[in-house]
Design a protein around this ligand. Structure first.
Ligand SMILES: Cc1cc2nc3c(=O)[nH]c(=O)nc-3n(C[C@H](O)[C@H](O)[C@H](O)COP(=O)(O)O)c2cc1C
Length: 148
């Protein structure tokens, strides 16, 4: 059974909702989901033992949330090369963050990005049936790409 770490930050709860829907998808696909705010993952040791990773950041000021930038410097030491990876986040108009996080996962950490690309979702869409399904499908896909 694949174990997926879903690590995120969220100021107003939208990206957190996405994280929880992703986790539902992981579980529906038979995987084990661990959902954590990045502040709970304090050292590279906290990132060990997972088969796939999804990192979530909302977009603020056309960028990832500031806490995520600092956190990713720590994650660099975790040695995640080759691991299946996804990135997600909520936005209202430009939605830059998931793509930026995905770039770091792919080009700096050398992780294997999911074939679905990053999941960028308008905040008003998250709690709709389509939004929930897209998040769940993203979680399911990570389990499949991690080997089931
Ligand atoms: C000060 C501020 C700046 C923002 N900048 C952007 C932005 O540049 N692009 C964008 O798409 N959304 C922007 N947003 C909207 C947030 O991305 C959106 O509200 C998102 O759902 C917040 O996610 P969270 O609830 O997980 O924190 C901004 C919101 C605030 C309050």
């Amino acid at each position: 059974m694949s174990k997926v770490l879903i690590a995120f930050d969220s100021r107003t709860g939208h990206t957190e909702k996405m994280a929880n829907y992703l986790a539902e998808g992981v579980r529906l696909a038979g995987g084990q989901a661990v959902v954590k705010k990045i502040a709970e993952l304090k050292s590279e040791d906290d990132l060990q033992g997972f088969d796939a990773y999804a990192f979530g950041s909302p977009t603020y000021h056309r960028d990832m949330i500031g806490t995520m930038k600092t956190w990713l410097f720590m994650v660099q030491r975790a040695g995640l090369a080759g691991k299946p990876a996804g990135a997600f986040g909520s936005y209202t108009h430009s939605g830059d963050a998931p793509g930026l996080v995905a770039d770091t996962m792919e080009y700096v950490f050398k992780m294997t990005m999911t074939s679905l690309g990053s999941l960028n979702m308008l905040e008003d869409q998250i709690d709709t049936p389509d939004g929930i399904k897209a998040c769940q499908d993203y979680g399911k896909n990570l389990v499949q790409e991690a080997g089931g």
